[in-house]
Ligand binder design. Structure first.
Ligand code: PLP
Length: 440
């Protein structure tokens, strides 16, 4: 039989990759994963420093999630979610209904991008059903990221994921001048008044035609783990409510503890009109997403059939019973006090650890972070895009036993929220060695 490198490249086209890179950096052969570790065929263990694209909140192979999956597989694995439902999906909907104050209706989708699409379509149709036919414009934030489908790419502002597509569609307008912070102790976090006026002007320009504002609350992941003021989110909620504009919170990355609270909207003490959930929803076990919304939005679709106001969206795997059973168990775990307690401790450990990396290597800029995320940018003359230093760090870290996959030249850790201090220490040492090797 051909070797692993040959077989793994013969037919498989990997995500988000220049496939030519694999000539000199072949795919890793994963055969197992457990806790914070990804285990390769030769027995090498890699610390999952980015939670496998940000979804492994509880680590790999969590015994309670695996048990829930196996148990459900003995009963029913999947039926369509129309005019019938399974026990786990009903239980999950009632659990999700309690998460955001006032949001008690739950619509299921297949993955994160789909949830964003559902929320925007629902918002648009709710405005129209309510007679607000002029409200057709959607605004999102500079440096936002909302997924890979065309609508999501138009909402996003990260050129690496949309550059080639831009001529094919009109991107949505972006609010700019956001009050970015290094963390929650930054004065702008609690009071962004110096920046608000300029943002308000942008909102007022489109106020009468605005349908919804779409945000990643507090933390913008794909743009390089940027953190912005909770006060900005609070003000935006007040403004959108006063102007009958929907607020859509994309909590796909931030939900389920990542920023230190169960949902990132809690930092601003607000509930949106729509919240999009995925990734940690199933502890990263199975694809599933949900859009949680209010009775008021639900009522905007609730009429006699003849009026043609139903929300006619369906995804084949919406509400999949296996995913729902795992999600129910994951939410039980998230609700245990020890879960957010550990995230609080982790928050206190991540920043000093990244500071040590900065000190040891001398090439990092200011550190930013919140909850279970910390980031810093490689800042040195050699960090020109063509040098792909971030990519080199990735390769060097993989050789040494960690999955650290910088975004461009942004080095970040976004590990399972259950990560223990000794493993963080290993992650730190590997990151230091990888950066040193990359810049040598
Ligand atoms: C904030 C945010 N929204 C949406 C998505 C898209 O989710 P998916 O990849 O499941 O479509 C992501 C994925 O990283 C994300 O971080």
């Amino acid at each position: 039989m051909a070797d692993w490198k040959t077989r793994s490249l013969e037919h498989l086209w990997y995500c988000c990759a220049q496939m030519k890179d694999y000539e000199e950096f072949p795919p890793l052969h994963v055969t197992r994963a457990t806790g914070p570790y990804i285990v390769l065929a030769d027995g090498t263990r890699l610390i999952d420093g980015i939670s496998s694209w940000w979804c492994k909140t509880l680590g790999h192979a969590h015994p309670r999630l695996t048990a829930a999956l196996c148990e459900q597989s003995r009963h029913v694995e999947h039926v369509m979610l129309a005019h019938m439902a399974t026990d786990p999906v009903v239980e999950l909907s009632s659990k999700l209904a309690g998460i955001f104050p006032g949001l008690t209706k739950v619509f299921f989708g297949g993955d994160g991008s789909t949830a964003v699409e559902i929320s925007v379509k629902m918002s648009f149709q709710a405005q129209r059903n309510a007679g607000h036919t002029r409200r057709t414009r959607i605004v999102s934030l500079e440096n936002g990221y909302h997924g890979e489908t065309q609508l999501c790419a138009a909402l996003s502002d990260v050129s690496a994921y949309q550059g080639g597509l831009l001529p094919a569609f009109a991107p949505f307008p972006k609010l700019s001048g956001l009050p970015y912070v290094a963390g929650s102790s930054d004065p702008l976090w609690a009071d962004c008044s110096p920046r608000w006026e300029a943002i308000l002007n942008q909102l007022e320009e489109v106020a009468d035609e605005l349908c919804a504002v779409v945000v990643e609350p507090v933390l913008q992941g794909a743009a390089g783990m940027r953190v912005y003021s909770a006060d900005f989110l609070r003000r935006l909620r007040v403004w959108t409510r006063a102007h009958h504009v929907h607020l859509i919170a994309d909590e796909i990355l931030t939900g389920f503890g990542r920023t230190g609270t169960l949902m990132a909207c809690q930092h601003a003490d607000v509930a949106p009109d729509f919240a999009c959930l995925s990734k940690g929803l199933t502890g990263g076990y199975l694809p599933m997403s949900a859009v949680v919304t209010s009775e008021e939005i639900y009522a905007a679709f609730y009429f006699d059939h003849e009026e043609g106001k139903a929300f006619n969206h369906s995804n084949t795997y919406a509400g999949n019973a296996l995913a729902a059973a795992v999600a129910v168990e994951a939410i039980r775990l998230y609700r245990e006090p020890s879960f957010l307690g550990r995230v609080k401790e982790l928050e206190g450990e991540l920043r000093p650890a990244m500071a040590e990396v900065s000190e040891a290597t001398g090439v990092l800029g200011p550190i930013r972070g919140i909850g279970g995320v910390v980031a810093s940018d490689l800042q040195m003359p050699a960090a020109a895009p063509g040098r792909r230093l971030g990519f080199r760090v990735y390769k060097e870290a993989a050789k040494r036993g960690a999955l650290v996959r910088p975004i461009g030249d942004t080095i970040y850790w976004l590990p399972p929220l259950t990560l223990e201090p000794p493993v963080l220490d290993d992650l730190k040492q590997i990151t230091i060695a990888a950066i040193r090797a990359a810049i040598a």
